[in-house]
Design a protein around this ligand. Structure first.
Ligand SMILES: *[C@@H]1O[C@H](CO)[C@@H](O)[C@H](O)[C@H]1NC(C)=O
Ligand SMILES: *[C@@H]1O[C@H](CO)[C@@H](O)[C@H](O)[C@H]1NC(C)=O
Ligand SMILES: *[C@@H]1O[C@H](CO)[C@@H](O)[C@H](O)[C@H]1NC(C)=O
Ligand SMILES: *[C@@H]1O[C@H](CO)[C@@H](O)[C@H](O)[C@H]1NC(C)=O
Ligand SMILES: *[C@@H]1O[C@H](CO)[C@@H](O)[C@H](O)[C@H]1NC(C)=O
Ligand SMILES: CC(=O)N[C@H]1CO[C@H](CO)[C@@H](O)[C@@H]1O
Length: 439
């Protein structure tokens, strides 16, 4: 399953985009979720192949090696407030997400009926090593993930199904090509909900190794990925963001294939929701080590990455000096200073199609677990920090959710939801199912 699945469909009916149908000039950027816009649509996740032109998306901030102890939310910002300065923040959270701090860690939370939480790094890795030390969530239908995802949808995954806390699923995709036989399990882990483990992806131009606590559980060689038809290595090879997420694979409006993969229907009245007000992933730290090649591919000796060809392969990535910061939420990759004079520094006052999803999300100051409270209503309201978006799909505009059918159906951009999910990435089953359903 792919994390790009975590879908957005704006509450405003948005123009959709795909390889066959690029965005129009006035909303040129195709977001990760397959919708056209400006501003945040042109930042992380913007797919240059589906956008109006290859340079519609803003350049991607190049790799920076860093060791991040996630003991506060200071380095995390809402995508509705982020304009591409990766020196200011390490992480961006998507609409609807709720991140809390608890006991010197952060919690990615998923209250009842919500779409969960997605964090993405502000810098991209073009090969390198990423490690995350975390405890997964638990329960049927609850999916925790630690992945690398590029803007042309190359993907390297660790995914955790809450129904089986002894397994880390590993997977990869080349440009979201729907091949569903690449998943391999790393088994016999000690309870991933109760114990921190360090999950590590070591990615070079020739191999990908997935490790748990320093022990290699799987190695993939590029040479095993040759595609005779296209004469191409179907191997992840483009600059990718690090993403951490928690999402409801078992939500009732997902396809039966997704629900089955996720371990069955989600229980929105789980023990953790009753006790704390949400399901949660506990993240202690993330470390990014860049690959540092001296010549392409895999360099990080300039400022940013762009693409010079829609093939989206490693030889089409340019590590150059283009700036990455937009002046406003009206700007795009081809007019990065648009809206520079406007007073607002947040998305709310600008063009409607400037932030995928566009609604409040939350960073709370602390989790509620220390209270030991079993009163879910009080703990969830005290901890969610603000928004109603997590807990109430119908009044929220948060729709990267898969669980907000009603809201997204109203948008008119939908059905497209599942469809783009499939189109946008990974999920084998979904793609098959959805395309069949739409034909
Ligand atoms: C979640 O949705 C179900 C079905 O619509 C509803 O019965 C339940 O009250 C909701 N729970 C919360 C916490 O919103
Ligand atoms: C991986 O483990 C899950 C259960 O945790 C199982 O459903 C799935 O079939 C396994 N996948 C493979 C490829 O063995
Ligand atoms: C090779 O690439 C084509 C086009 O992307 C794809 O349809 C096909 O499934 C790939 N073949 C294999 C064996 O993955
Ligand atoms: C890449 O360079 C950075 C900064 O010089 C360093 O911290 C990091 O360890 C290097 N990574 C590798 C894989 O050599
Ligand atoms: C950039 O956008 C601004 C404001 O929308 C506009 O006035 C200006 O002409 C644009 N520049 C280019 C080069 O398109
Ligand atoms: C992993 C991969 O596809 N590597 C390719 C990067 O691009 C060069 C061409 O510049 C190919 O030779 C590599 O195979």
């Amino acid at each position: 399953m792919g994390a790009a699945l975590l879908l957005a469909s704006s509450a405003v009916a948005a123009t959709t985009c795909s390889l066959d149908s690029k965005c129009p000039e006035d909303s040129p950027c195709c977001s990760q979720y397959g919708e056209c816009g400006v501003g945040a649509y042109c930042l992380g996740g913007c797919d240059p192949r589906m956008s109006f032109s290859l340079d519609s998306c803003a350049p991607e901030p190049q790799c920076v090696s860093k060791s991040m102890t996630l003991d506060s939310t200071d380095s995390i910002v809402s995508e509705a407030k982020y304009l591409g300065d990766s020196t200011e923040y390490d992480w961006v959270y998507s609409d609807g997400s709720q991140v809390l701090t608890y006991d010197s860690n952060i919690l990615l939370t998923m209250p009842a009926n919500s779409s969960g939480t997605v964090l993405a790094s502000t810098t991209y890795m073009w090969y390198g090593n990423a490690k995350a030390t975390l405890k997964t969530s638990r329960g049927d239908g609850v999916v925790s993930a630690f992945i690398l995802l590029s803007d042309v949808k190359d993907e390297i995954d660790f995914e955790f199904i809450g129904a089986d806390l002894t397994v880390a699923q590993t997977n990869y995709y080349f440009q979201a090509l729907p091949i569903y036989t690449n998943e391999v399990n790393i088994t016999d882990l000690s309870d991933t909900y109760s114990n921190f483990h360090t999950y590590e992806i070591d990615w070079t131009p020739d191999t990908i190794t997935w490790l748990v606590d320093g022990v290699a559980g799987r190695t993939l060689k590029r040479t095993d990925t040759w595609n005779d038809t296209t004469q191409n290595w179907d191997y992840p090879q483009t600059p990718a963001r690090v993403e951490l997420s928690l999402w409801p694979g078992g939500a009732s409006d997902n396809s039966i294939y997704t629900i089955d993969w996720a371990g069955g229907a989600i229980d929105w009245d789980s023990a953790d929701i009753q006790q704390y007000g949400y399901d949660f992933v506990t993240v202690k730290s993330v470390e990014i080590s860049c690959y540092n090649a001296s010549s392409a591919p895999g360099t990080n000796n300039a400022v940013s990455y762009t693409y010079d060809n829609a093939a989206g392969t490693n030889n089409t990535v340019v590590n150059g000096d283009d700036a990455t910061v937009l002046s406003s939420f009206e700007a795009t990759g081809t007019n990065m200073t648009a809206g520079a004079s406007s007073a607002s520094s947040s998305a709310s006052a600008s063009a409607s199609n400037s932030v995928p999803g566009e609604s409040s999300s939350g960073i709370g100051s602390s989790g509620s677990q220390d209270s030991g409270s079993s009163d879910s209503s009080s703990s969830s309201s005290s901890s969610s920090g603000s928004s109603s978006s997590g807990g109430d799909c119908s009044s929220s505009t948060s729709d990267f959710s898969q669980s907000c059918t009603t809201a997204s159906t109203k948008s008119g951009a939908t059905g497209a939801q599942d469809r783009f999910t499939g189109g946008a990435s990974a999920f084998a089953a979904i793609v098959a199912f959805v395309f069949l359903a739409w034909l």
